[in-house]
Design a protein around this ligand. Structure first.
Ligand code: A3P
Ligand SMILES: CCc1ccc(OS(=O)(=O)O)cc1
Length: 250
């Protein structure tokens, strides 16, 4: 971790950062589409996960990442303080996306349950307690989002919310195009947005997936009333001083 924090990325690049299960895959597709202009079918075929290396994974490793050629897009789940120095001093760009923590914890639980190795055996209630006590991989969600929120006005940082992809994709595509320096007229912007809509729909309305995957507000079917009350209390304690807000329903 120390090696990453003190390293430099080399030539300027753009890093997509999220806490796990915040919609990283969808965001990377949308960012790729806005920056490269590919169409959604092509993106579906090209295995975009392979196109965007993960900063902190041993493969392909920092040395290869430094040598990446265009589009120099990478992703990471690391907290702000562990990112390479170029991302702190503004040489490279950071696109951060936050997701409401109730849907996120349900998604993170499903992910842990589905792991072939090290599959989590506990109940959702136990998992939720771990989440509230900051005892999960990649550390405290509460600190993660607040650290990036504090940097949201930095010129090289764009702070986005998962729920806005579902609520107002047009504005998000406009923000991304401006941030990435992609110039497009109204017709091009409409076409980009239409393509991005297709990417969102491909996941959330896919017949092969359980109904409602990725939708905002799924937590309501999983949380009990008392779990929700405890969660709200912890949320207030840990986020009380922060003016970041989330849509828990659409
Ligand atoms: N087009 C898309 N491709 C992949 N995941 C998508 C998606 N649209 C929404 N998602 C949601 O993003 C979450 C995964 O986040 P990440 O990519 O960071 O691992 C999943 O949430 P759910 O588990 O609530 O369904 C998934 O359904
Ligand atoms: C348990 C920490 C962890 C590891 C790998 C993850 O995968 S993903 O990047 O979200 O697909 C998430 C969390």
């Amino acid at each position: 971790m120390e090696e990453i924090a003190t390293s430099r990325c080399g030539r300027a690049m753009c890093v997509i950062v999220t806490y796990p299960k915040s919609g990283t895959s969808l965001l990377q597709e949308v960012v790729y589409l806005v920056s490269q202009g590919a169409d959604p079918d092509e993106i579906g075929l090209m295995n975009i996960d392979e196109q965007l290396p993960v900063l902190e994974y041993p493969q392909p490793g920092l040395d290869i990442i430094k040598e990446l050629t265009s589009p120099r897009l990478i992703k990471s789940h690391l907290p702000y303080r562990f990112l390479p120095s170029d991302l702190h001093n503004g040489d490279s760009k950071v696109i951060y996306m936050a997701r409401n923590p109730k849907d996120l914890v349900v998604s993170y639980y499903q992910f842990h349950r589905s792991l072939r190795t090290m599959s989590y055996r506990g109940t959702f209630q136990e998992f939720c307690r771990r989440f509230m006590n900051d005892k999960l991989g990649y550390g405290s969600w509460f600190e993660h989002v607040q650290e990036f929120w504090e940097h949201r006005m930095d010129a090289n940082v764009l702070f986005l919310k998962y729920e806005d992809m579902h609520r107002d994709l047009v504005t998000m595509v406009e923000q991304l195009a401006r941030f990435l320096g992609v110039s497009c007229d109204k017709a091009q912007l409409e076409s980009l947005t239409e393509h991005c809509h297709q990417l969102v729909d491909q996941c959330c309305n896919a017949e092969a997936l359980p109904v409602g995957r990725g939708r905002v507000g799924l937590w309501k079917d999983i949380f009990t009333v008392s779990m929700n009350e405890k969660f709200d209390l912890v949320y207030k304690q840990k986020m009380g001083k922060c003016d970041l807000t989330f849509d828990f329903y659409l």
